[in-house]
Design a protein around this ligand. Structure first.
Ligand code: ADP
Length: 252
């Protein structure tokens, strides 16, 4: 079953088409990695999936619910709030720069959406937060503030926060790119653990070896289009297109 379908996605900024007709799907329990040079629209795709950006064309279907209801005069009309809220709850997002609230403890960061969005009680929220932090090896940091954590710990807390809402799919936007090199490994290990538990994920990353190890499928994007897609080991070890070869040369 497809948890996510991105169909003929188009997105412009100030009249320039950044995403040009991109389609892919992610099956339940699978991890898709999105590879490609900087500035080619990888983050924009995740932001459209998370409804942080509005699409200009195509559709996004999450767990069978469609973001776009119809097209009028070639303009997308989004579905009603109820459906969009439902879709939002199916998607967790892990950001490059963690996006933790600095004035809240790690526990408070995690329970905030549980209490205010999912309307869960205090005790249940705390229980969920504890479980998510245990999973990420951070239970001893439950009452710490983000500024007291290393970058790797902050990112693992970010992952714990997204896990806590129990989404059907987690999107990660370059989850290790703002970390010092010695901290990258612990975050990749945590993500690998989620993949081995068959959490459905879409990950934008420049960590090529990790992509090969963790993903079930990969797409390589350049200039807002899919240049190559398939099994990560095929794309990474045996790229067919010149753009892919040039990109991989820089990263391997
Ligand atoms: P990537 O993730 O592949 O590095 P992005 O999706 O961040 O690429 O950006 C793709 C292009 O879209 C870039 O040229 C970027 O400057 C532009 N862009 C992204 N977000 C916006 C925005 N909100 N307004 C204007 N341009 C944007």
């Amino acid at each position: 079953m497809n948890v996510l379908e991105v169909q003929n996605l188009k997105k412009e900024f100030n009249g320039t088409e950044i995403i040009k007709d991109i389609s892919f799907e992610v099956k339940e329990g699978e991890t898709l990695v999105i590879l490609g040079p900087s500035g080619t629209g990888k983050s924009t795709i995740l932001r459209c999936i998370n409804n942080l950006e509005k699409v200009d064309g195509g559709n996004i279907i999450v767990n069978g619910s469609s973001m776009i209801k119809e097209y009028k005069n070639s303009k997308p009309i989004y579905n009603n709030k109820e459906i969009l809220n439902k879709i939002n709850l199916e998607i967790g997002m892990v950001f490059q720069d963690f996006n933790l609230f600095p004035h809240l403890t790690i526990k408070e960061n995690i329970i905030k959406p549980l209490k205010y969005v999912l309307k869960k009680g205090k005790e249940e929220s705390e229980e969920i937060a504890k479980k998510a932090l245990e999973k990420m090896g951070l239970i001893d940091k439950i009452d710490s503030y983000p500024c007291e954590l290393s970058g790797g710990q902050k990112q693992r807390a970010g992952i714990a926060r997204s896990l806590a809402i129990n989404p059907r799919i987690i999107c990660m936007d370059e989850p290790t790119s703002s970390l010092d090199p010695e901290l990258v490994g612990e975050v990749l290990k945590a993500i690998k653990q989620l993949a081995s538990e068959r959490k459905t994920m879409v990950i934008v990353t420049h960590e090529i070896k990790f992509a090969e190890e963790v993903a079930d499928s990969a797409i390589f994007i350049a200039d807002g289009k899919i240049v190559e897609e398939g099994k990560p080991e095929d794309i990474i070890r045996n790229p067919k297109e010149q753009r892919t070869k040039e990109f991989l040369k820089r990263y391997i």
